[in-house]
Design a protein around this ligand. Structure first.
Ligand code: CA
Length: 707
């Protein structure tokens, strides 16, 4: 028997029990390698075993593989062992889990796959059949960041808010539970975590207006064990009967007005980390809803626990401590970004810390014992503060950072100085490897803000951020957008080295004991750098952008490196600043080993020509269309309708030239199964026609610019 999990005593007992009970033969049960993933196996997870048992490799989520066969000397011989193509070109954000030779992963639209990790043979696929129109509720693409594996089951969330347990051997559903009010625009994109026999899951939706929480479900039965709300119930509303009840009054004291109208936000859509040493769960909490603090809370109060990290008792879900990086959040500065646990020696003292680099641009080192801030330093240029006051732990905001006297051009911005793309920590180099970026955003109050049921409710005027139409203007904005892989010394709070990219939204990171750091980038290059110096030692052209994080595992004495390739997510969908966008190919799972020679080629998909519309439109229609487009379409089809390649470029759509067909798509929902929901709730026929006028104008200009 191979692997640390199947080698454990506990597994021997399970085999024996299964054989005695009968019905399932010991052999059949052994096919379900995940049967050996017990609480002890998770607690003792060690990447040296060749397995990758949890989202971040171990409970500490350092994303550090203690494997050395692929190393700075041998990496030049790394080649493709196998690859698999998926059935969607939407963003691929999952981190695979690998258990004793089986690799589990998820794709866009919340599908779950199991592969033989050595040969690439697909063992099973599970499709939760998310209704296509539910894609409308996903602010940032219909992505999924992966599964959790425990006790013979695979757990994953769905875009429509379900948590599903599958038999890890067969992919058959064991139980499924709805974790959200499905009449509200909640989504799940994050990976569940298993802590003490419970499956922990959060959700997203703060751009639309929901109230955030994290839930724990019994892994065996799917019954709710506890729930913690990150935002208090509205003024005068009764307690929830939840783990957060004890702390409601402390939370309420930091809010003004009636925040419950928009839910308050604070969704727990990514980081959920189990800190074994203090038996606590650390959750990263998202932005406020609406973003605009003036609308959300009359511009007053810190709004706990929006934009915070909160420690909860692992058994009960009750509050232990919190640290709020952005009090009174008003920039979409989520603090959900990945959390890494480590032991660091700081000023000669061993400290048990958590490290996080959330959207607001600061790298935080926090004492896990009590949540006390140890240090904070910005890792990219930022304009919203002059630093963090270490006496209070609060940011010192710059004048007009809250755009009280007109527009404020902020670095970083809603897309984050660092977003969900996982960072890694190497205990060998004592460096954190951080996918950072520089993306500005002009914050402007939305003077005409009116809540829209089910739509984006952020209280910001997006018009100021549409892509400039002229080439020079476009180029000027494009030149501001940057990305980096930063090696960060968390003790000294300073950069050790960096790889500079000419654009943001690059992939997550893996560090290995072979003195390597692996990262894919937006342009589709998957590369290895030396962990100590940042020298590029190897690269592979994936033929499609990479945003996910790699993992490494070993089988039969061979080390593998696996990465999900497939571009998408918030940045391309909303900004559209993708160089020479073309329709994206389907996502792939790429797996490498030394001497791998599997063939690989992705043919680029050419753009359709711009659609030239013969109908004539008035200037008023085009102007009204711009406003309606940016308010309804731009967050997915890209600002300024310039296209990103992920969703269809509307300027090249065949529907554009046909008024009725356009209306059928926009208002009639004729493409709802593809993810294009009907906008009849929000738009009148004349609005749909105005949007067509605007896009047709953009198509005409695009065609002219090509000449
Ligand atoms: Ca957000």
């Amino acid at each position: 028997m191979r692997g640390i999990v199947t080698g454990r005593k506990a597994f021997g007992k399970i085999i024996l029990a299964a054989a005695l009970v009968g019905g399932i033969s010991a052999c059949k049960k052994a096919d379900n390698v995940a049967s050996g993933v017990t609480e002890e196996a998770l607690a003792g997870a060690d990447t040296a075993s060749g397995n990758w048992l949890t989202h971040g490799g171990t409970h500490d989520e350092q994303r550090f593989a203690k494997l050395e066969q692929v190393n700075a000397e041998t990496v030049g011989d790394l080649g493709l062992a196998w690859s698999a193509e998926f059935d969607t070109n939407r963003g691929q954000e999952a981190t695979p889990i690998v258990v004793d030779g089986v690799l589990y992963t998820t794709t866009a639209w919340s599908k779950v796959f199991a592969f033989d990790a050595k040969t690439g043979k697909q063992l099973w696929v599970y499709d939760p059949k998310v209704p296509g129109e539910k894609g409308f509720n996903a602010c940032c693409d219909v992505v999924n960041r992966g599964v959790a594996v425990y006790d013979g089951k695979v757990f994953s969330g769905t875009i429509d808010g379900r948590l599903i347990a599958l038999d890890a051997g067969t992919g058959k559903e064991v139980w499924s539970t709805v974790t959200v009010d499905q009449s509200k625009p909640y989504t799940i994109t994050g990976a569940p975590r298993v802590v003490k026999g419970k499956v922990l899951i959060g959700n997203g939706g703060a751009e639309y207006g929901v109230r955030g929480y994290v839930s724990a479900y019994d892994a065996g039965s799917g019954d709710l064990a506890w729930r913690f709300y990150t935002v208090p119930p509205g003024p005068g509303a009764p307690a929830d009967g939840a783990a957060s009840d004890d702390i409601i009054e402390k939370m309420r004291a930091t809010w003004e007005g009636d925040w419950s109208e928009f839910g308050g936000g604070g969704t727990v859509w990514d980081a959920i980390v189990y800190d074994q040493e203090f038996d606590q769960v650390l959750i990263g909490v998202g932005n406020g809803a609406p973003w605009n603090h003036k609308i959300r809370s009359n511009g007053k109060g810190d709004n706990l626990f929006v934009s915070s990290v909160v420690a909860l008792d692992a058994e009960t879900g009750k509050y232990k401590w919190h640290y709020q990086g952005t009090p009174g959040e008003t920039w979409d500065f989520t603090q959900t970004q990945p959390i890494i646990l480590a032991d660091l020696k700081i000023e000669g003292v061993d400290r048990k810390v958590m490290m996080q680099a959330p959207k607001n641009g600061f790298f935080y080192v926090i004492d896990r014992k009590d949540g006390k801030l140890i240090s904070a330093k910005n890792f990219v240029p930022q304009t919203w503060t002059t630093g963090v006051d270490m006496a209070t732990g609060r940011p010192i905001e710059t004048p007009n950072a809250r755009f009280e006297n007109g527009p404020f051009l902020a670095f970083p911005s809603a897309l984050g100085a660092h977003n969900w793309h996982p960072m890694a920590y190497s205990p060998k180099t004592n460096l954190v490897y951080l996918p950072a970026q520089e993306v500005p955003f002009a914050y402007v109050d939305d003077a005409k803000f009116k809540a829209r049921d089910g739509g984006w409710n952020i209280g910001m005027d997006f018009l100021a951020n549409g892509a400039p139409e002229d080439k020079a203007g476009f180029k000027a904005v494009r030149a501001m957008l940057k990305g980096q892989l930063i090696a960060w010394d968390p003790v000294a709070q300073k950069e050790a080295w960096r790889v500079q990219y000419d654009g943001p939204w690059n992939g997550g990171v893996l560090a290995t004991a072979g003195n390597l750091v692996f990262q894919g980038n937006a342009k589709g290059e998957f590369a290895a750098f030396s962990a100590d110096k940042g020298e590029k030692l190897w690269s592979f052209d994936a033929g499609t952008g990479i945003i996910a994080a790699p993992v490494s595992y070993s089988i039969d004495g061979e080390q593998y490196v696996a990465i999900m390739a497939g571009y998408g997510g918030a940045y391309p969908l909303s900004s559209g600043f993708v160089d020479n966008p073309r329709p994206m190919p389907n996502g792939r799972l790429l797996v490498f080993k030394l001497g791998g020679k599997a063939p690989y080629k992705i043919e680029p998909i050419e753009n359709a020509p711009f659609t030239i519309v013969e109908d004539s439109f008035t200037d008023e229609q085009v102007t009204a269309g711009l406003s309606a487009y940016e308010g309804n379409c731009g967050v997915c089809h890209s600002g300024g309708a310039i296209g990103s390649g992920v969703l269809p470029d509307l300027r090249r759509s065949a529907y554009l030239s046909d008024k009725d067909a356009w209306r059928q798509v926009v208002l009639g929902g004729s493409l709802k199964d593809n993810g294009m929901a009907s906008f009849a709730k929000y738009l009148k026929p004349e609005d749909a026609e105005a949007i067509r006028a605007f896009v047709a104008d953009r198509a005409k200009k695009g065609a002219a610019a090509e000449k």
